[in-house]
Structures are given as structure tokens and as C-alpha cells.
Design a protein around this ligand. Structure first.
Ligand code: SF4
Ligand code: SF4
Length: 96
């Protein structure tokens, strides 16, 4: 079953689809620390959500502190289950 594993990997970058992006914009973002994803579909701007916290778990060293609480953003709950968005390697929605 495809589901969120709460690994937090998607909470460390802001993905922007490369399709339609001017080369100059991509170059500017790269110069400011962004990088392409493995499939070169997105440019990933490093940005870690303030709600991501470290854990003692070896498998998942970071977790969303709001997951499972009433403060968990609906946008986060809905965002990742849909098809045409960035999913990091190991994401539970990839079904690996
Ligand atoms: S990368 Fe996938 S499995 Fe990990 S927190 Fe994000 S949606 Fe969940
Ligand atoms: S609120 Fe939680 S799930 Fe949403 S981006 Fe932040 S750490 Fe990730």
C-alpha cells in the first residue's frame, strides 16, 4: 500500500517543476544552492520545515512533529498522495 512513512525527506526541499522554467532562472537557483532531482523534472530548493524534528530512530532520523495532531496541515496531508508532484527516493508513495 502506498502511504506516507513520515520519513521527512520531502520536508527538506521546495520542489519547483523545471518544465517551462527559463534557463536563466534555473541557473540563478542553482547558484543559490538549489539542485535538480535525479529525474531532472524538478529543481529542489533546500528548505527544511521548522516542524521537522530529529528522532533517535535509526531508520527515520527526522519526523514531522505535527503528524497525527490536530495541527497537522491539511496541505501536507493532501499534497503527497497525488501523482504529479515531487517524491524523493524512498518515499512511501512510490510504492518501493
Ligand atoms: S517523502 Fe514520502 S514518505 Fe517521506 S514524509 Fe514525504 S510523503 Fe511521506
Ligand atoms: S508540517 Fe510536517 S509534513 Fe508538513 S512540511 Fe512540515 S514537517 Fe513536513
Amino acid at each position: 500500500m502506498k502511504d506516507c512513512k513520515r520519513c521527512g525527506e520531502c520536508c527538506k526541499v521546495i520542489p519547483v517543476r523545471l518544465t517551462g522554467m527559463a534557463p536563466e532562472t534555473r541557473d540563478w537557483l542553482i547558484a543559490h544552492g538549489a539542485h535538480d532531482d535525479a529525474k531532472r523534472e524538478f529543481i529542489l530548493i533546500p528548505h527544511t520545515c521548522k516542524n521537522l524534528v530529529e528522532t533517535p530512530e535509526e531508520e527515520y532520523p527526522t519526523r514531522c512533529s505535527l503528524h497525527g495532531t490536530s495541527e497537522y496541515p491539511l496541505s501536507c496531508a493532501r499534497y503527497h498522495g497525488f501523482g504529479n508532484i515531487y517524491k524523493p527516493p524512498g518515499c512511501g508513495y512510490l510504492g518501493e
